[in-house]
Design a protein around this ligand. Structure first.
Ligand code: ACK
Length: 216
């Protein structure tokens, strides 16, 4: 019936509890520091075609609302595999449960800023098998490689881009590309070209998050 169709959400995911503002602050501090680094200024034309101006990354990225890590984008049942996912035993069993997510990196591209989420074996039970392989170039990456939290998007960029940007960087890392490296207070920063920056956190940030869904 049409009523059953309606019960599938826009997406399932982990929604950050109580630490939303703290994570947003960490992200802002990172952006504030990144755009003052000499190595960033050297590659500033990745972000602006007016290199005589400074880039203010805090202004450059727009807030995308409630912080979460998408597991399955369902599009109210229209997305491939949405119904199967919604009926998955692990999804039903863990719905409403609290987890601890481990944020192991922050990354920036001219399109998005995000946090990489490193999933545990248990959390991977909620991860769709095709999240990576639906992007052909990323098919050989480990399951969970796409897991992220969108922290902001450039003007006119949709949040789906954050996971694609993370996969793009992960492919380079998987190939063993070293990039240009500098040390920051929070960890090692790598520049992979084309405006792709990856800060590997020395200490992961652990955040409580509720596995649930989003409808609006
Ligand atoms: O930042 P996100 O992970 O990217 O969270 C939002 C959420 O679903 C609501 O839009 C993500 N999203 C949108 N479209 C897709 C898609 N085709 N595949 C995977 N995730 C998607 C978006």
């Amino acid at each position: 019936s049409p009523f059953e169709e309606m019960s599938i959400p826009l997406f399932f995911g982990w929604f950050l509890l109580s630490v939303q503002e703290k994570v947003k602050c960490t992200s802002m501090d990172f952006l504030k520091t990144l755009d003052t680094l000499e190595i960033f200024k050297k590659h500033m034309t990745d972000f602006t075609d007016k290199p005589e101006n400074e880039v203010d990354l805090e202004q450059y990225f727009k807030d995308k609302g409630v912080l979460h890590c998408t597991t399955k984008f369902c599009d109210y049942g229209k997305a491939k595999g949405a119904k199967e996912y919604a009926q998955n035993t692990a999804v039903k069993d863990f719905y409403g449960s609290t987890f601890e997510l481990s944020l192991t990196a922050l990354f920036v591209t001219p399109r998005t800023v995000g946090a990489k989420v490193s999933l545990t074996e248990e959390q991977l039970l909620l991860w769709p098998a095709d999240a990576e392989s639906s992007v052909p170039a990323a098919a050989s990456l480990p399951l969970g490689s796409r897991a992220h939290i969108t922290l902001g998007c450039a003007e006119g960029v949709e949040p789906v881009q954050t996971g694609l940007d993370l996969l793009d960087i992960s492919i380079l890392q998987h190939e063993g590309q070293k990039g240009e490296q500098v040390e920051m207070e929070l960890g090692q920063l790598t520049y992979f070209g084309d405006g792709r920056w990856f800060l590997s956190l020395t200490e992961p940030i652990f955040v409580p998050a509720c596995f649930s869904s989003f409808y609006m």
